[in-house]
Design a protein around this ligand. Structure first.
Ligand SMILES: [Ca+2]
Ligand SMILES: [Ca+2]
Length: 387
């Protein structure tokens, strides 16, 4: 029995009725009818469409319940979810758009309410046709209309070295319960840098909020980019989340048959490209994790792959049965994957067929689960319990 779910279009678009003529509305006229949003019914939730974006990549909620969304070509959008109006935020970084590269993640400083600092990741052009991920921070200044600008933008971290190609930037970012800034720095499809401490590619990075290196990082005494590293031997990490016990989980898009969910341990080596439960896409084998127990093995490995993108560990009340579960977007799997945790172990618990590539997952202020579809006209969907 597959987990394929029946998708039913429950409610279609309801045409808005014209309620006034020539602006001569009387006071007792009915309020203008809102357009009923397109809603789909899934087995475990309803999905309401709020907006579409041009190749959306990441989103984060502001304290007022509005939403920041990055679009891969370089735009930062601000969406008011009540009026459903969208405004572009100006003053962002110049991004190198192409292949897997472009605008990446957006997260808020833990003290955003008082300092208005947002952190942005993106692919950046280098010399001689090279590129690398970068992280900048800036002050978000919104006006009453919902438009706004980024002020005092400064780059606080860069991949080193910049290399050719347009793949495997990673550049998911998160603030941890320790107040530190965590950055997934993927290996740019160059393989060996993931094991080379003279490079920060293929590493999980831990920094202070200003980009400086914490003195208690595991390789701080080595100096250079090694001092930034928390763990190494990673491929293309596209989701990072802390659970309620402050354990850090990172998923990684693996080679053929080798997607992974890893529990992150300080200073640990996760083995890529020396080991992987998958193999290279050109058919060359990679020894499995079981052959080299000195490398940390994934807690979950997917074959067939799900192509993971975006990650939350749910802490809300709207779906009480899911409290503590992880939700991972699936690109090639066109799914939302629920992962359950048991201490230091994890397993796929459930998979929801979304009928579209899912790029990003977020938890809303009321405990709803929000997803962004990948690609042109990617839909923003709010998932709520069935009535
Ligand atoms: Ca997010
Ligand atoms: Ca293998």
């Amino acid at each position: 029995m597959t987990r394929k779910l029946l998708l039913t279009l429950a409610i279609g678009l309801t045409p808005m009725l014209a309620t006034t003529a020539c602006g001569a509305a009387s006071q007792d006229a009915p309020a203008p009818a809102a357009v009923a949003p397109a809603q789909k019914s899934f087995s475990a939730f309803n999905a309401t469409e709020f907006a579409t974006f041009d190749e959306p990549w990441a989103m984060t909620f502001l304290p007022d319940g509005s939403l920041l969304v990055t679009e891969k070509a370089g735009r930062l959008q601000h969406l008011d979810l009540t009026s459903r109006t969208k405004h572009e935020i100006t003053g962002g970084p110049k991004v190198a758009y192409g292949g897997q590269g472009g605008f990446g993640d957006v997260v808020l400083h833990p003290d955003f309410a008082s300092n208005q600092l947002v952190y942005l990741s993106y692919a950046e052009e280098g010399s001689n046709n090279t590129r690398g991920a970068a992280v900048a921070r800036a002050k978000l200044v919104l006006d009453a209309s919902g438009a706004g600008t980024l002020q005092d933008l400064s780059v606080i971290w860069r991949q080193d070295a910049k290399v050719s190609g347009n793949g495997h930037y990673g550049h998911r970012i998160a603030f941890g319960p320790d107040g530190k800034l965590w950055i997934t720095s993927s290996e740019r499809q160059k393989f060996d840098p993931a094991q080379d401490m003279a490079s920060n590619l293929g590493k999980l990075i831990r920094l202070n909020d200003d980009g400086s290196v914490p003195a208690d990082n595991p390789f701080a005494s080595q100096g250079g980019v090694a001092a930034q590293v928390w763990s190494l031997g990673h491929r293309n990490m596209l989701g990072i989340a802390f659970d309620a016990n402050n354990k850090l989980w990172v998923h990684e898009m693996g080679p053929a048959g080798g997607d992974e969910l890893n529990l992150i341990t300080r200073g640990e080596n996760y083995g890529y490209p020396i080991v992987s439960n998958g193999d290279h896409y050109d058919g060359r084998p990679i020894p499995d994790h079981s052959t080299r127990p000195e490398f940390a093995a994934p807690k979950v490995t997917w074959n067939p792959v799900i192509s993971p993108a975006g990650f939350i560990i749910y802490s809300g009340d709207l779906f009480p049965q899911w409290k503590g579960s992880g939700f991972i977007g699936g690109l090639s799997s066109q799914a939302l994957v629920r992962v359950s945790f048991d201490g230091e172990n994890a397993r796929e618990a459930e998979r929801f067929d979304m009928g579209a590539r899912i790029r990003e997952v977020e938890q809303g202020p009321d405990g709803a689960v929000w997803v962004l579809e990948d690609g042109k006209n990617g839909k923003l969907l709010k998932l709520t319990p069935k009535g």
